[in-house]
Design a protein around this ligand. Sequence first.
Ligand code: DC
Length: 215
Amino acid sequence: MYKIVAIDGPAGSGKGTVAKILASECNLMYIDTGAMYRAVAYQTLKDNISIEEEDKIVEIAKNSKIEFVDGQTYLNGDNISKEIRTMEVTRIVSPISSIVKLREILVDLQREMAKGANVIMEGRDITTVVFPNATYKFYLDASVEERANRRYKENKEKGMDVSYDEILENIKKRDYNDMHKEVGSLTRTEDSIYIDSTNLTIDEVVEKMKNIINN
Ligand code: DC
């Protein structure tokens, strides 16, 4: 039986950071499902398609090859890891991820990617839709101000000039949209282990999760 560690939580809750560390320390394959929605959003912008043109966006997903190699995100062979983190992509990714047909395609792909491997997968609907029977289910949370603060610092380190207020506003909007989707809404399930990381360091969160995964 392969192990599946599923993590859900809102933007900036630390899912990506802890999942990467746990992947390397516990020998798990890391799948960042948000990066897959971002890849589609990136191509939507590149093709000058508006977010209302849902059929065209679904076509992008159908015709694209999204892969993860050495922690990098590739779209049709191009490394787009940096491009998918821009504010332009971040602004449109949540509405794009509400497209039900697009979700079906990406959920199938996520299940396919996880076949035959021990996996750690993070996103918004992993514990509810993609792998409701995962070996371990976590819901990672933090206050909205702390999450905005983390993103602000991350962006600054990357040399991206976005104000704290714009990030806070974007996170609030995404939280609302991500929690009110027709399909795949961010939900905290009763059987998920809840971790509030507002006052915890990354190491402390990793330690907590590692103890659970290793036991
Ligand atoms: O985790 P992230 O911020 O990179 O995700 C980007 C967006 O993609 C997020 O606003 C919601 C969406 N998403 C989703 O709907 N389902 C997932 N499993 C992962 C992300």
